[in-house]
Write a protein that binds this ligand. Structure first.
Ligand code: CUA
Length: 178
């Protein structure tokens, strides 16, 4: 009888120690995992030279129709805008978004779809998707990026493939901005 409370206490001590150990293990696992594999595509780029040379120079931004008929959309997310601010893509077509940032962490998500990625400076976020039907979507920044965050968003215009081809064929890069 004298031992009962002591045993109960010891059991609870094991339970608490177990919980503390579990939480600690989760923290360590997440820390190592995120450091090894940031929450975006692990493809690096020099964030300080985006506008000078390479894939993300201004003339290369927007929608490009690649030889296999799919499209690649290159976007810069910067404080506090997406460039281009209006993205045009064809429906029923494979779309690859490639997004990067010259300054801080941003996020992009396309309303009404499952497209959602962080945009980390120094890395290229790549998301593959396909829009089933024409329509307009909003693309807000979904990661707090300082004072202008709430005003940072773009539009995504999904056009019928025939209309897209009619309006934008012959252009190197398409966008509906401007
Ligand atoms: Cu960019 Cu929030």
């Amino acid at each position: 009888m004298v031992d009962q409370p002591d045993i109960a206490e010891r059991r609870w001590a094991y339970v608490v120690a177990g919980v503390v150990f579990f939480v600690f293990a989760v923290i360590v696992y997440n820390g190592v995992h995120w450091a090894a594999q940031p929450p975006s595509n692990v493809e690096t780029i020099d964030a300080g030279r985006l506008h000078l040379a390479g894939e993300f120079v201004e003339t290369n931004l927007g929608t490009e129709v690649v030889p296999d008929g799919s499209v690649v959309v290159r976007v810069i997310a910067e404080q506090y805008a997406f460039v281009p601010a209006c993205i045009v893509v064809p429906a029923e077509t494979k779309v690859v978004f490639r997004v990067t940032s010259p300054d801080v962490v941003h996020g992009f998500l396309i309303s009404g779809t499952n497209v959602n990625s962080m945009v980390v400076p120094g890395f290229i976020a790549e998301v593959r998707t396909r829009f089933d039907r024409p329509g307009d979507h909003l693309m807000p920044c979904q990661e707090y990026c300082s004072v202008g965050h709430q005003g940072m968003w773009a539009r995504v215009k999904v056009l019928d493939p025939v209309e897209f081809a009619r309006s934008y064929s012959g252009q190197q890069r398409a966008s509906c901005a401007g």
